[in-house]
Design a binder for this molecule. Structure first.
Ligand SMILES: NC(=O)c1ccc[n+]([C@@H]2O[C@H](COP(=O)([O-])OP(=O)(O)OC[C@H]3O[C@@H](n4cnc5c(N)ncnc54)[C@H](OP(=O)(O)O)[C@@H]3O)[C@@H](O)[C@H]2O)c1
Length: 213
């Protein structure tokens, strides 16, 4: 297994925890908005393990605000990470999976990629992610490459910590004391999708906190 993101020290720490639990993980420093780094990440995995069973596209940023309270710099960052940061790794992974004759691409989109929440640009990028997943599935399923879109509601992570203070406060007020999903809940959905037999493609999994409208 390989873990990729920009903050390599966190990946190294996580890889050590996986190692202590009996697994094995290769930390790779990569910014998925940089085409060469996204390609390098995929090539390194193939070089070190000889295969690419699955590409899990998780990287994402969101300023969960109305259009008029989002800056053009924030639009760019969301488009870069949530769309290009998805396309570049997939572009690098597909030829490898085609040559293998199998593979699974899992895209972490969002509930706001299917329903509308008050986050215009973020929602737009996640609608793109969900559309890319479904369109790609139809294109490459014949090659036995599966594509799954995971579409969660609110998950308790560091996601809001990257938002502007006023937006973060508004989001936290909206969520109130609602019991949010955990990253483990989302991991469980991914595990379900990727452990189905080869002829079963789980297209979309939407999971929300029970109390979220
Ligand atoms: N939290 C929610 O309520 C929620 C709901 C629905 C969907 N989602 C989606 O779930 C996914 C994961 O988000 P999260 O909630 O876990 O947020 P998070 O805690 O902020 O994690 C975001 C992850 O993306 C990585 N990342 C960001 N920019 C990157 C880049 N340019 N290149 C490589 N890695 C990058 C970050 O690592 P580095 O900073 O080290 O690069 C981090 O590991 C996102 O796609 C998000 O849109 C979240």
């Amino acid at each position: 297994m390989a873990l990729a993101a920009r903050r390599v020290e966190r990946l190294t720490h996580l890889a050590a925890r996986i190692g202590q639990a009996g697994g094995e993980a290769l930390p790779i420093e990569a910014d998925v908005t940089e085409e060469a780094q996204a390609a390098g990440m995929v090539q390194r995995v193939v070089r070190e393990s000889g295969r690419l069973d699955m590409l899990l596209c998780v990287a994402g940023v969101g300023v969960a605000a109305p259009f008029q309270n989002t800056t053009t710099a924030e639009y760019r960052q969301m488009v870069d990470v949530n769309i290009l940061g998805l396309l570049y790794p997939i572009h690098a992974a597909l030829p490898v999976m085609k040559q293998q004759g199998d593979g699974h691409i899992v895209i972490v989109s969002s509930g706001t990629g299917r329903y509308i929440h008050p986050s215009t640009v973020y929602s737009g990028t996640k609608h793109a992610a969900s559309a890319i997943a479904e369109s790609l599935r139809r294109e490459i399923g014949k090659d036995f490459i599966r594509v799954t879109s995971i579409e969660p509601g609110a998950v308790k992570t560091e996601f809001t910590a990257h938002m502007r203070a006023d937006v973060r406060t508004a989001v936290e007020q909206r969520l109130g004391d609602m019991e949010q999903l955990t990253s483990g809940d989302v991991a469980g959905a991914i595990l379900y999708a990727v452990t189905q037999p080869r002829h079963v493609n789980v297209n979309i999994l939407t999971l929300y906190p029970t109390q979220q409208a």
